[in-house]
Structures are given as structure tokens and as C-alpha cells.
Design a protein around this ligand. Structure first.
Ligand SMILES: *Cc1c(COP(=O)(O)O)cnc(C)c1O
Length: 410
């Protein structure tokens, strides 16, 4: 259950060696001391080599709303090409505040309680680096987890504690959760809707997270990048639960909502003192980014409700096409409640070892997918052995072509 990573960044008596040990402990270096290629890089290379359909990495293959794209072009033409303000342009901070009020009834002060970041990734990184202050601090994450979480916890020099999400519904066991959170817990990090499992956390899970955070005086950091891609129920930010708002940093991004993953415009909102703490770190990471993309994402956040509803409906349809294809091919499919990904079990197809199965898949049928083990600490692989993640955020023709290729697996 415990994963203790290398040295803190702050004890570098022998700088090159210490950096290397830290990075190695974080799993960022291979044993030979090279930058370890991520499974995503390895699989994307295989996609090119075999001219395979890449259902590995989660990026859409179609552009987002025309009004948003046009707003970025217009911003460049109007000269929005220099450093924006450190907290982000006022118009985007206001748009984030309006969006939180409109969809969730949250009241957020755009001047003191919102910070624009280089994607959700920077918001998470800055939040963890800002809030962790001792090697005894613990960060609780739900496993499988987005790959940057463990790396950042390691870079921050804290201890990663995991709560498993298991089949069939990938909800955490509440007793297990309560046994992991304790007085050393500094942060409970919650990704909902969840990548890679497609789970949307049940309300009793959210309530328990808040109760435990209050009891142990922990901060809740959320990753809600799929907030508008919840298929069967409106998304509920944890910050809306009683007692949560004063101890929650809510993180999201325009990448997934507006099919603009390359723009890296994210944000975090929460109590002013916490936002100031995050800003102190963020200013030394990127300082600022995306001067022309910030006004464009503000336009996106103000699109009518129909845009957001349609985006979820279109993606759900894609998941259905993909799910049918995977079932026909012989996979056992876990239909997602939200997000870009469908998880399927390849055991019946001889894929009891999903990592090996995924390495062979591009050469066998010309499709790339990612084993769930890529999101799980090595000592916990056994619980996820046959599971494979497929991205559904691709054009229907692409999913249909993938379907006909996968059908040859049987
Ligand atoms: C894509 C993704 C991110 C990264 O968001 P950016 O805005 O591109 O930094 C973070 N968390 C999860 C769960 C994601 O799927």
C-alpha cells in the first residue's frame, strides 16, 4: 500500500547524484540513468511503426468549437502576444467564476480565488509542491491514477498512499479509504470523472472523502478535467458538499472540454490563502502561459449549455461504438460513466498479461491501447492484470476502422 519514493529535492549535497537518485526514485529515470520512456511514448512510437490506429493517448482527432478557435486567432491579431498577468487574464478568471456559478452554484471571487495555470497538470504540480512541507506528509490517491500524480508526489518529497478502485464499478471501498487517511494525510487527491477507469464517484464516496478530510485536517485537491464528460448524471464537484469548500482546491482545464489539449489552459480555484500558496510555486514553474489561448477558453466557458450537453452525448455515442466493437472482438467491457476512456478485459483473448498484449497489439491488428498497469504501482499490478484502456475520443470512421481490425483478434 505504501510507496516511498527517493530523496527530497531539498537534500542535494551532491547535486548531480542526488538529482539522479530523486528522479530514479520517482520512476523518472531508467535503472541505467536515462530518462525512462513512458508507456505512452513507447506505444505512440509503435503506432507510427505499424501505421496503427492510436487509441492509446487521449487526445481528440477533431477540432473543438469554431468560436473558440476563432477567438484565439483574433487574440493573436489583436496583439495578445506578451506575458499575461501572473494569475491569468481577468476575463478568463471571471469566466471561470461565472462557469462555477452557472453549473454548480459555487461562488468564486475571480480576483483572489482563481489562478490560471499551464493546464490542469501545472495546477496539480504547483498545488502539491505548495502544500507539502515535510517528508512525513502523505498524499492519498485512488489507484489506478493519472501518471503525473506519483511523479509529483515524489518530486515534492512526500509519501504516496493508495486506495484501490476495483472492478466491476471501480468505486473505492469506504473502510479501506478510512483506514488509509490519517493525521499525516496532507492531501486527498480526487480525479472525478476518473481516468483511466471511467468511474464517477458515488455521492457516499464524496461525502466520506469530505468527512475524512475534516476529521484529519487534510486538503482535498480535485482533478475535474472531465467535468463536462459525465454521461449519465450531472457532474458534482466535491467543493459543493457541506464543509468542503474551505478545504478544497478545484482543478480543471479547457483541454478536454473544448478538444484543445495542446493549448494547456487550466485553472484552480479555492480559498484565497491556498490559491496564494499555489501561486507562489506556479510563478517559478511557468510563470504564465498561453496569452492568446486564455481569452479563447473564456469564450468556450461562456458557450451555451447545449454545447456542453452535446459534447457529452457525442462522446457517449463514441464509447458505445467502441464498446460494441470490443465486445464483438471478445473483450469484457466496462462501460464508462465519464471521460475519454473505455476499460476492457483482454483475458478471454489470451491477454491475461495486458502489458504484453498491448505491446503485441499494434503488430497483430494495427491498434494501439494502453495496459491499466501503466497507472498502477508495480506491487499492485496483480489486481489489474488483464485490463486495457482504449481512447474513445476519435472520429467515428476511425473507431469503425479500429472495430474491423479488432474483430480479427478472434
Ligand atoms: C488529460 C488529463 C490531465 C491533463 O490536463 P492538462 O490540462 O492537459 O494539463 C490531468 N488529469 C487527467 C485525469 C487527465 O486525463
Amino acid at each position: 500500500m505504501d510507496v516511498r519514493y527517493g530523496l527530497s529535492l531539498f537534500c542535494m549535497d551532491n547535486i548531480p547524484g542526488a538529482w539522479r537518485r530523486t528522479a530514479a526514485g520517482a520512476g523518472l529515470l531508467s535503472p541505467a540513468g536515462e530518462v525512462a520512456p513512458t508507456i505512452f511514448a513507447e506505444m505512440s512510437a509503435a503506432a507510427v511503426r505499424f501505421d496503427a490506429i492510436n487509441l492509446g493517448q487521449g487526445f481528440p482527432d477533431e477540432d473543438g468549437p469554431a468560436a473558440v478557435l476563432e477567438a484565439a486567432r483574433e487574440a493573436i491579431a489583436q496583439g495578445a502576444n506578451q506575458y499575461p498577468p501572473g494569475r491569468g487574464i481577468p476575463d478568463l478568471r471571471t469566466a471561470v467564476s461565472e462557469h462555477q456559478q452557472r453549473f454548480y452554484g459555487l461562488v468564486v471571487d475571480p480576483d483572489t480565488e482563481v489562478l490560471v495555470t499551464a493546464g490542469a497538470t501545472e495546477a496539480l504540480t504547483a498545488a502539491l509542491l505548495a502544500l507539502i512541507d515535510s517528508p512525513d506528509d502523505e498524499v492519498v490517491v485512488f489507484e489506478p491514477y493519472y501518471d503525473s500524480y506519483a511523479a509529483v508526489v515524489a518530486l515534492a518529497g512526500a509519501r504516496l498512499r493508495t486506495v484501490p478502485l476495483r472492478r466491476p464499478d471501480f468505486q473505492p471501498d469506504l473502510d479501506r479509504l478510512a483506514s488509509v487517511v490519517n493525521d499525516r494525510t496532507r492531501i486527498i487527491l480526487v480525479n472525478d470523472p476518473h481516468n483511466p477507469t471511467g468511474a464517477v464517484f458515488a455521492s457516499e464516496v464524496q461525502t466520506e472523502i469530505v468527512r475524512l478530510a475534516q476529521k484529519h485536517d487534510a486538503i482535498i485537491v480535485t482533478d475535474e478535467v472531465y467535468e463536462h464528460l459525465s454521461f449519465h448524471a450531472p457532474h458534482v464537484p466535491i467543493a459543493t458538499l457541506p464543509g468542503a469548500v474551505e478545504r478544497t482546491l478545484t482543478i480543471s482545464s479547457g483541454g478536454k472540454t473544448f478538444s484543445a489539449t495542446g493549448w494547456k489552459i487550466g485553472w484552480v480555484h479555492g480559498p484565497a490563502e491556498l490559491i496564494t500558496a499555489v501561486l507562489t510555486v506556479k510563478q517559478y514553474l511557468t510563470y504564465v502561459n498561453g496569452s492568446a489561448f486564455q481569452p479563447a477558453i473564456a469564450v468556450g466557458l461562456r458557450l451555451p449549455d447545449s454545447y456542453f450537453a452535446d459534447a457529452a452525448a457525442v462522446l457517449l455515442h463514441k464509447h458505445e461504438v467502441l464498446g460494441d466493437a470490443l465486445r464483438t472482438a471478445g473483450f469484457e467491457v466496462h462501460s464508462p460513466q465519464g471521460g475519454y476512456f473505455t476499460v476492457a478485459d483482454a483475458t478471454a483473448l489470451g491477454g491475461a498479461d495486458a502489458a504484453e498484449f498491448c505491446r503485441a497489439l499494434p503488430g497483430r491488428v494495427g491498434v494501439v491501447a494502453i495496459p491499466i498497469s501503466a497507472f498502477v504501482a508495480p506491487e499492485h499490478h496483480a489486481g489489474y492484470a488483464g485490463l486495457v484502456r482504449f481512447a474513445a475520443c476519435k472520429r467515428i470512421e476511425v473507431l469503425e476502422e479500429a472495430a474491423s481490425r479488432l474483430a480479427t483478434l478472434r
